[in-house]
Design a protein around this ligand. Structure first.
Ligand code: SIN
Ligand code: MN
Length: 293
């Protein structure tokens, strides 16, 4: 799937594109039926909500689950991002966010590139975010909110929030968000919140400011979020474990378009368990060096 000139221009202007019902209910069913078993695993790659057993985010399923490994190579997702970034891509991050009914907690206002820059030493914001809705997303179950056009500001001031939720994030403060929303149109379009059926896809710039509220509805809002980085822009620091920020920079090769409905062979390097190495970070590496030195 390739983007039209009009879509390219819209992406440049707004920082995101929305593709309602890009995947069929049958394709989403293949992914959805896999999620409960993945969430039930007691593994480091399942981060649970603060004070709850509900999974907030499951990392790296494309390394150990065949349906998600197929999704990670899907041409409907990979090709438009290659078009925008103009080169081959590798998978920087892959997560299945739960935002479970009644328990799904907020995601504070942030830019993803803030974290990629500060934690992972990614040189440029040449990486794209994708969200694929596994459940219907509506006004009640914590949809993603964007400030349109905010990607054009580049990296904004952020602080490392280690306490609000169970997952550390570089977040923007309320005064800055108020100002940016006002500049983007205030009550007339200063915040947008694309909603739609399961199978819809969002593509958004690494510098686009975004957030989501908690889910107090009785409907789960499971979505896959992945970050595709231009190969030449790979991260330079391994401060975060490998299941969060990947260290294999091999270009993604697409599978055929029917890969969620037909089985094609894919590599599942962590199918037998996550290797110890995936937990080792550069902080560990540095302290090991110091002990030796
Ligand atoms: C994210 O920003 O990475 C996730 C946001 C969400 O799940 O609503
Ligand atoms: Mn984000």
């Amino acid at each position: 799937m390739h983007l039209s000139e009009e879509q390219r221009a819209q992406f440049e202007r707004d920082g995101y594109l929305f593709f309602p019902s890009l995947f069929s209910p049958e394709e989403m069913q293949v992914l959805n039926q896999t999620v409960p078993e993945l969430y039930a695993r007691r593994e480091a790659y399942n981060v649970r909500e603060k004070g709850s057993d509900a999974v907030r985010t499951n990392f790296a399923a494309h390394m150990y689950s065949h349906p998600f490994a197929s999704l990670a190579r899907h041409p409907r997702m990979i090709q438009p991002v290659e078009d925008v970034l103009g080169e081959s891509l590798y998978m920087h991050q892959f997560k299945i966010n739960g935002k479970m009914a009644f328990e799904g907690d907020v995601w504070q206002w942030h830019q993803d590139y803030g974290t990629w820059f500060n934690d992972d030493a990614m040189p440029e914001p040449r990486a794209m975010n994708i969200a694929i809705f596994l459940d219907d997303v509506n006004a009640f179950n914590g949809p993603l909110m964007f400030i349109p056009g905010s990607h054009r500001l580049g990296v904004v001031k952020a602080k490392h929030d280690l306490t609000t939720t169970s997952y550390p994030l570089w977040t923007a403060d309320n005064d800055l968000i108020s100002e940016l929303v006002e500049r983007a149109g205030g009550r007339q379009g200063g915040i947008v919140s694309p909603t739609g059926p399961a199978g819809s896809m969002l593509m958004f710039h690494g510098c686009l400011l975004h957030a989501s509220s908690s889910n107090l509805s009785p409907w789960n809002r499971v979505s896959v979020y992945l970050s595709l980085c231009a190969v030449s822009n790979h991260i330079r620091r391994f401060k975060r474990p490998e299941y969060i920020a990947h260290r294999c920079f091999d270009p993604i090769e697409c599978l055929p378009d029917d890969c969620l409905l037909k089985s094609y062979p894919v590599d599942l390097p962590w199918a037998g368990g996550m290797p110890e190495q995936a937990l080792v970070t550069s902080e560990h590496m540095l302290s090991a060096d110091r002990e030796v030195a």
